[in-house]
Design a protein around this ligand. Structure first.
Ligand code: AHR
Length: 496
């Protein structure tokens, strides 16, 4: 098998927004309780924050943390989560049919973000609540002082405003599973009015309006159009969510689903731009893929989990090697859309469909941790148009799927080109990268993630990224072997 990537530094998609390396933390299962927060664990600090988790989150170079949900936010009273812990009410979380103690709340979250070097992306409840709760929350978080809610924040220990920049207007309001599910017109009106009052409190915020929760929704497309009709001038980003599964146990069809993601994103961009044209607007709405991942391994177990527990084991997918390849190809797809996807949140981060898992002893890293960590660390700079050739295959749902998925990122500060390449085939691939009009002086690093059974998971921590020694450089051409079913990264230095 053969594959080739031609890299031209002048053929640029866009500068990559660091916020595409973000994640969701939801009050769900053991994400917050046990995952982030466990005052009884020996690895926790005085705040109750697990330090082993903090370190792993830092290793992932996460930017924004979308919080507190997900479906949870649509039934959440944010006021329950502030003030003295012994006065906070225990509530029924109807989204996940669990018990919410509110022992980890707004102030704890803000402290945790500063400890992990992340930034908040706060969702307001537009399901069971609306304008009033949202305006009070933003006054509490962002107003300097001298008013009821801002002074209450000070009384609760935060003298300075949190200055939360990014806000989500509800979550998946198109889905009938959502508490307070609405029609596009109902939601569009509410989002418009909520955005209006939130901006009256703080004009400097960025707002994300809820788009389709999946491409399969009957309302996909028309939802976006109607919602943007109401909110085009009020918001900055439109959200989309996408999870993939391999329920049918068809590896090649599974890995080809990056094509579906590509089409999903392009379709939504087209709708945004159609509304823009119709409105004669100069403003461009960008996208927030604020939930994405593989999710299906835990469905059966979740169906059997008894309701009304504290921090139950929910959505605890144990990811295998093929899932890591899927996450890799999804990351490359995101980079291909770096011109329009400005925020993307891996869903989620700890214990719940997550790259990081905790148990009583410590943490373990899932297979999907590795490609995410590499792209998030080195995929910084300018995404270059991937001009590639490759052998192709047909799968159940897709035609002419390239075995090779590849893309280069130019980091001008480091004078470095980083190439991400996945071989979706079961044969080794002769892979060539040709850098045009620039001199490559050195290969800094060549790595591969491969050689595992596709169904192998990583509880025993056997998986790791290895050096790729089958790589050579001649005349600004990099020649390498991509192992069967492999995720690869090459970092090369450009001569001054
Ligand atoms: O991430 C898990 C759930 O998936 C979120 O709560 C919801 O927004 C989506 O359906």
């Amino acid at each position: 098998m053969k594959g080739k990537l031609t890299v031209d530094l002048s053929d640029q998609i866009s500068t990559i927004d660091n916020r595409i390396y973000s994640a969701l933390i939801e009050h769900l299962g053991r994400a917050v309780y046990d995952g982030l927060y466990n005052p009884d664990h020996p690895k926790s600090d005085d705040n109750g924050f697990r330090q082993d988790v903090v370190k792993a989150v830092k290793d992932l170079n996460i930017d924004l943390i979308r919080y507190p949900g997900g479906n949870f936010v649509s039934g959440f009273n944010w006021e329950d989560s502030i003030g003295p812990k012994d006065k906070r009410p225990t509530r029924l979380d109807l989204a996940w049919r669990s018990i919410e103690t509110n022992q980890f709340g707004l102030h704890e979250f803000m402290k945790w973000t500063s400890q992990t070097g992340t930034r908040p992306d706060m969702a307001v409840n537009l399901g069971s609540r609306g304008i009033d709760a949202a305006r009070n929350l933003i006054e509490y978080c962002n107003f300097p002082g001298g008013t009821y809610w801002s002074d209450l924040r000070k009384k609760n220990g935060a003298k300075d405003p949190f200055k939360i920049k990014t806000w989500c207007l509800g979550n998946e309001m198109d889905g009938d599973w959502q508490i307070g599910h609405k029609t596009a017109a109902e939601y569009g009106r509410l989002a418009h009015e909520t955005a209006k009052v939130m901006r009256l409190v703080d004009p400097d915020i960025d707002l994300v309006v809820s788009g389709s929760s999946t491409r399969e929704m009957a309302t996909f497309g028309s939802w976006e159009e109607t919602v943007l009709d109401h909110t085009y001038d009020d918001v900055d980003y439109l959200s989309l969510h996408r999870y993939y599964d391999n329920e049918e146990n068809n590896l090649h069809n599974f890995l080809a689903k990056s094509i579906d993601l590509d089409e999903f994103i392009s379709g939504i961009v087209a709708v945004c731009d159609a509304v823009k044209a119709r409105k004669h607007s100069n403003k461009t709405i960008n996208l927030a893929l604020d939930e994405w991942n593989v999710w299906y391994h835990s469905h059966k177990q979740d169906d059997e989990t008894a309701p009304w527990q504290n921090a139950p084991h929910l959505l605890e997918d144990h990811y295998n090697f093929e899932d890591a390849l899927m996450v890799g190809t999804m990351l490359i797809t995101l980079l291909k859309h770096a011109d329009r996807v400005k925020i993307a949140c891996l869903a989620q981060l700890v214990n719940v469909i997550a790259p990081i898992m905790t148990d009583d002893q410590g943490i373990w890293l899932q297979s999907i941790f590795f490609p995410f960590m590499q792209v998030s660390k080195y995929g910084r700079g300018i995404a270059l148009v991937p001009r590639q050739t490759s052998d192709t295959y047909d799968s159940k749902d897709f035609r002419a799927v390239p075995y090779l998925d590849s893309l280069a990122v130019f980091n001008s500060e480091e004078k470095e080109i980083v190439i991400f390449a996945e071989n979706k085939g079961e044969q080794p691939m002769d892979f060539q990268t040709e850098i045009q009009d620039s001199q490559v002086s050195d290969i800094i690093e060549a790595t591969q993630f491969c050689g595992y059974d596709i169904k192998q998971t990583n509880e025993d921590q056997q998986m790791s990224i290895q050096a790729n020694n089958k790589v050579s450089l001649s005349d600004s051409k990099i020649t390498a072997t991509l192992q069967p079913l492999s995720w690869n990264m090459f970092r090369v230095k450009i001569a001054e």
